[in-house]
Design a protein around this ligand. Structure first.
Ligand SMILES: [Mn+2]
Length: 229
């Protein structure tokens, strides 16, 4: 039996990541992009990811951090990207540049496709179950995968058909489904059969929010953490 933690959209929120990491009893950690942007601890989050030897892909915030092109972002997100570019160590910039946009991994015969957005548009397309579920069987066949794990919307879901499973673990560092607790998923594979369980953990929002304010990042980025929006 293998147990895998699937995390996404950590967004430089070290307090949320530490709460998730506590008692995390898994063989592997997968990170679906947007590890930075919005929050105040991009380097510390990337160090954790490297220390845990996570399987990680690139999100749109990594892409903007590398290129400096914030054309896709609202003004708050763009300010956070520019701030992140100023504080990021050169080793971490190099690490971000090495990341792929899509990865297919195999675990006990189960093929898992990892993307931040969608399989067709890995960095930018927002996939909500409500609007995209009619594409899901097509995604699974096209990627030749049993599971597709994606993030980007910060809204968790789990969908399945006879062809496989599509899941979004939600966001560790900036949930947007109205629940302010950090969101992630645990995938268990036993005898080639996958099982997915979503989890929520509370964390010290005051500490994360205070760091965002002290860093001079937009105050709204601190306030929204309390609402999970
Ligand atoms: Mn994100």
């Amino acid at each position: 039996m293998k147990r895998i933690a699937i995390l996404s959209d950590i967004h430089s929120n070290l307090e949320a990541l530490q709460a998730v990491a506590k008692n995390l009893d898994v063989d592997k950690v997968i990170v679906l992009g947007d590890s930075l942007g919005y929050g105040a601890n991009p380097n510390e989050v990337l160090e954790w990811i490297k220390d845990r030897n996570c399987t990680i892909i690139k999100g749109n915030h990594e892409e903007a951090t590398i290129t400096g092109n914030t054309g896709w972002f609202n003004s708050m997100a763009a300010r956070a990207i520019l701030w992140t570019r100023q504080v990021l160590t050169s080793a971490n910039v190099e690490f971000l540049s090495s990341l792929e946009e899509k990865k297919l991994i195999e675990l006990d015969g189960v093929r898992i496709c990892l993307v931040h957005g969608s399989p067709n548009d890995p960095l930018y397309e927002y996939v909500y179950e409500e609007t995209h579920s009619h594409f899901f069987d097509y995604y699974l066949q096209k990627e030749d995968a049993n599971i597709i794990a994606l993030g980007h919307t910060h809204v968790p879901f789990l969908w399945s058909s006879k062809n496989g499973v599509i899941l979004n673990p939600g966001s560790v560092g900036q949930p947007r489904d109205g629940d302010e607790r950090a969101s992630f998923a645990i995938l268990t594979v036993e005898d080639g059969v996958p099982m997915v369980e979503h989890r929520r953990v509370g964390y010290n929002i005051d500490a994360a929010a205070n760091k965002i304010r002290s860093a001079g990042l937009p105050a709204m980025l601190a306030e929204r953490l309390y609402d999970g929006r």
